[in-house]
Design a protein around this ligand. Structure first.
Ligand code: UFG
Length: 334
């Protein structure tokens, strides 16, 4: 009998790649997603990509704050664990609409935890972010590095019947090598790679480079980019770790351990796509750190997981997705 995993936000960028790796790994995946910032087409494509395992995927359009709907789902099926990826994540929008963010992300999470507890499901993999390291004084960032944001999940640690793994994602990029699923941000992309991709397909005239005076090799910001398929595999490794009786609440960095500058990324993308990316040099973006990359030793040792792909694969797969789907899951320009 296959083990059933609930994936919240499973139609989104990271969720869809994670669901595919779950199915290929022999798990049953149940996705809940409210399709605010994601598309049901992603679910259909994951089903196709999973081949014979595709029938092990079911989808429910549910808002996590809808407790009766979630109750009904948990009453109908027993879940081994939950991978909670759902959430609003646009930094700029969150500053403009803080209550929307607290309501969606915090209330959604509380309802989910309540329903899980009521149904005796106490294993959780939660997506956290390297953003908690802020502007790190020392790199690489280890899981013990000081954090400038605290996470309510850590406090649930006092209840030892729960098993929780927090995954601190660095910068997810790339797409499934098939080119059938990938990132499809609504509106103007906040992040570097989706922006470069939209310039490459002609949707935007130029990339604005935020900051050219950082103390880095070429003056531009340095980040730890990680292929989304590697990241998805990190979730499967975390699920396996939840079976370890010693786990209470653990934190793992999911990064490649390598730093790449904005200009290095642009050069690699130009090479992979054969497209010229026009640049506009600009001031630093407020809130941006200079250099952020991960210490990956803990995940390697305890999860037996390590990023396999590098910058060439990020750009190759990103371009494959972009050139096949220039408007994401929409067939044409809105
Ligand atoms: N950048 C540009 N131009 C752009 C967009 C980004 O030059 O149009 C630069 C940024 O200044 C930075 C780098 O590209 O140096 C990466 O920026 P991203 O916005 O892609 O990523 P961030 O590292 O700023 O933040 C992202 C997510 C956060 C997450 C964090 C984890 O937005 O939510 O990665 O490290 F927490």
């Amino acid at each position: 009998m296959s083990r059933s995993i609930l994936v919240t936000g499973g139609a989104g960028y990271i969720g869809s790649h994670t669901v595919l790796q779950l199915l290929l790994g022999g798990y049953k995946a149940v996705v809940v997603d409210k399709l605010d910032n994601s598309s049901e087409i992603a679910i259909k494509r994951v089903q196709e990509l999973a081949g014979e395992h595709g029938s092990n995927l079911t989808f429910h359009e549910i808002d996590l704050r809808d407790k009766p709907a979630l109750e009904k789902l948990f009453a109908s099926e027993k879940f081994e664990a939950v991978i909670h990826v759902a959430g609003l994540k646009a930094v700029g929008e969150s500053v403009k609409k803080p209550l929307l963010y607290y309501d969606n992300n915090l209330i959604g999470m509380i309802v989910l935890l309540e329903v899980m507890a009521a149904h005796g499901c106490k294993k959780l993999v939660f997506s956290s972010s390297a953003t908690v390291y802020g502007w790190p004084k020392v790199v690489p960032c280890t899981e013990e590095s000081p954090i400038s944001a605290t996470n309510p999940y850590g406090r649930t640690k006092s209840d030892s019947t729960w098993k929780i793994i927090l995954l601190r994602y660095f910068n997810p990029v790339g797409a499934h090598p098939s080119g059938h699923i990938g990132e499809d941000p609504r509106g103007i992309p906040n992040n570097l790679i989706p922006f470069i991709q939209q310039v490459a397909v002609g949707r935007r005239p130029a990339l604005t480079v935020y900051g050219t005076d950082y103390k880095t090799t070429d003056g531009t910001g340095v980040r730890d980019y990680i292929h989304v398929v590697d990241l998805a595999d990190g979730h499967i490794a975390a699920l396996k770790k939840l079976a370890d009786p010693s786990v209470g609440c653990e934190v793992y960095n999911l990064g490649s351990g390598k730093g790449t500058s904005v200009l290095e990324m642009v050069a690699a993308f130009e090479k992979a796509s054969g497209k010229k990316i026009p640049l506009v040099m600009a001031d630093r973006r407020p809130g941006d750190a200079e250099i952020v990359y991960a210490e990956t030793e803990k995940a390697e040792r305890e999860l037996n997981w390590k990023a396999k792909y590098g910058i060439q694969e990020f750009c190759r797969d990103q371009w494959n997705w972009a050139s096949k789907n220039p408007y994401g899951y929409e067939p044409q320009a809105p």
